[in-house]
Design a protein around this ligand. Structure first.
Ligand code: FEO
Length: 392
C-alpha cells in the first residue's frame, strides 16, 4: 500500500487487505479490510501508532524503508489484537531502540500473545502524555472496545484522534479519507454490530469522553479516515442509543416449505401494518447482514423447523450469535413447525437469556400451516404492532 500523507509529518503507512473475506474465522468481510498504521515524525522523536496483521508486515516494513526511517522511538499499541499488534515483534527486531507504549493490561496481553519482553515496554495511564518535540501524544484509556485493554491516542497539536478498532470499518479502499459516506456508513455499522454492540454501555462512556476533545480528524485502524468526525460520532450515537426502530427481524430456515409459508405470511401482515420487516433465510444470508439489522430492530422473530426434536442447527447458531451480540431489541417471538414432537420453542427461547426482551406469543404448527395457524400469525403481527406503538 502506498504511503499517504495525512498532514505535515503524519503518514498512513499500513496495508490494505483487498482479499480478506473472513475475520476471526467467523465474521464475513464482503469489502475486505485495511490495517492502518500511522507514522508521526516529531521534531525530536518518531512514533508508530499500531502496526499491521503479520500477513502484511512486508508492506509496513517497505513503507518505513521508503520513508528512510532509521529510528523509531515509540510504538504505540492501542490494542493487543494481532491484526494491529502482530507486527510489533518484527518492528522491534528492525528498530531495537524502540519502546512499546501502552497501558498495563495491554502490556500483559502483548507479553502473553507475542512474547514481547517486559523491558521493551513503557506503561502509561489514562491522560498521560508523551512528547515527540513539537507534537504531543495523549493517551485515553477506553476499555471494552471490544477487548478490555483498548485505548485511544490523541495527537494534540494536529487534533487527530487515533481510535484503532473504534469507529472503524472493514472496508478496503484506495481512498485515504471517507468519500462515499453511504458505503462507509454501512461498513462501519456492520463492524459496530459484529464487534462492539455487546459493549454498547461502555461505548456510550467513550463517546462522551471524546466529545470533550477538539477533533479535526478521526483515524481508525480499519477503513478510511474521517475528516468530518461528526459523521461517524453521530452514527454511533444513534446505534448506541436506547431507541429502537419500528422493525422486525426474522431469521429463518425452512426445510420443506412450512416455515417459509409462515414467514411469508407474517412478513405480509407486518408490511400491511406499516412495520419494516427484514427476513433472513439463514441458508442464504451472511450473518453480518443479520447482525446489522439487529442494531435497530424493536423485535426479533425466530422461525425454525424441527430437526431431531430441536431447532435447526443454523437457527441455533444464529440465535446464539444474536444472544451474544446483546442488541437493544425489546421483543422476541419464536414460530415454527414440527411433525412428531419436540421442544423447539422452549429451546430457542431459552437461548435468549442475554437479551432484555419481552417474549411475545409463539406459533407452533403441526406440518403445513392451516387457516387457524395463519390466524395466529395475524394475531402475532397485531401484538407486535401494539408493542411498537407503545414505544413512541
Ligand atoms: Fe482490529 Fe480488535 O482488532
Amino acid at each position: 500500500m502506498a504511503i499517504r500523507k495525512i498532514k505535515a509529518d503524519i503518514f498512513s503507512i499500513g496495508a490494505i487487505d483487498w482479499d480478506r473475506k473472513l475475520f476471526d474465522e467467523l465474521i464475513p468481510l464482503p469489502d475486505g479490510t485495511s490495517y492502518n498504521s500511522y507514522l508521526i515524525k516529531g521534531s525530536k522523536k518518531i512514533a508508530l501508532i499500531d502496526t499491521v496483521d503479520p500477513e502484511k508486515e512486508d508492506i509496513l516494513i517497505d513503507n518505513l524503508e521508503k520513508l528512510e526511517i532509521k529510528n523509531i522511538n515509540y510504538i504505540i499499541a492501542n490494542h493487543a489484537e494481532q491484526d494491529h499488534s502482530g507486527t510489533i515483534p518484527k518492528i522491534l527486531e528492525l528498530y531495537p531502540n524502540a519502546k512499546v507504549v501502552t497501558n498495563q493490561k495491554c502490556k500483559t496481553m502483548l507479553m502473553d500473545l507475542l512474547s514481547i519482553p517486559e523491558e521493551k515496554f513503557i506503561v502509561i495511564n489514562d491522560g498521560d502524555t508523551i512528547s515527540l518535540g513539537d507534537k504531543t501524544l495523549k493517551f485515553i484509556l477506553a476499555p471494552w472496545v471490544h477487548w478490555p485493554e483498548t485505548m485511544f491516542t490523541y495527537l494534540k497539536e494536529d487534533k487527530i484522534l487515533f481510535t484503532c478498532d473504534f469507529l472503524g470499518s472493514h472496508f478496503a479502499t484506495s481512498e485515504l479519507f471517507v468519500k462515499d459516506e453511504a458505503k462507509v456508513y454501512e461498513s462501519a455499522k456492520r463492524y459496530y454490530a459484529e464487534i462492539m454492540m455487546p459493549f454498547r454501555n461502555n461505548i456510550k462512556k467513550h463517546i462522551e469522553k471524546i466529545s470533550n476533545l477538539d477533533i479535526e480528524i478521526i483515524a481508525p485502524s480499519h477503513g478510511p479516515i474521517y475528516s468530518k468526525p461528526e459523521f461517524i460520532i453521530d452514527a454511533y450515537k444513534d446505534w448506541i442509543s436506547d431507541d429502537v426502530k419500528n422493525e422486525v427481524v426474522i431469521p429463518y430456515v425452512s426445510m420443506h416449505g412450512s416455515v417459509e409459508k409462515m414467514v411469508n405470511y407474517l412478513v405480509s401482515c407486518l408490511i400491511e401494518k406499516g412495520i419494516t420487516v427484514k427476513p433472513f433465510n439463514l441458508t442464504k444470508t451472511d450473518i453480518g447482514e443479520l447482525a446489522i439489522s439487529l442494531v435497530d430492530a424493536a423485535t426479533i422473530v425466530i422461525a425454525s423447523p424441527t430437526v431431531l426434536v430441536g431447532p435447526h442447527p443454523a437457527i441455533v447458531s444464529a440465535t446464539y450469535l444474536a444472544n451474544a451480540l446483546r442488541p437493544k431489541t425489546k421483543f422476541a417471538s419464536v414460530i415454527g413447525s414440527y411433525e412428531w414432537g419436540g421442544r423447539m420453542i422452549e429451546q430457542i427461547s431459552g437461548m435468549l437469556s442475554n437479551l432484555k426482551v419481552e417474549l411475545l406469543s409463539t406459533v407452533l404448527v403441526k406440518g403445513h400451516p392451516k387457516k387457524s395457524d395463519f390466524k395466529s400469525l395475524e394475531k402475532l403481527a397485531d401484538e407486535i404492532l401494539e408493542k411498537h406503538k407503545r414505544l413512541k
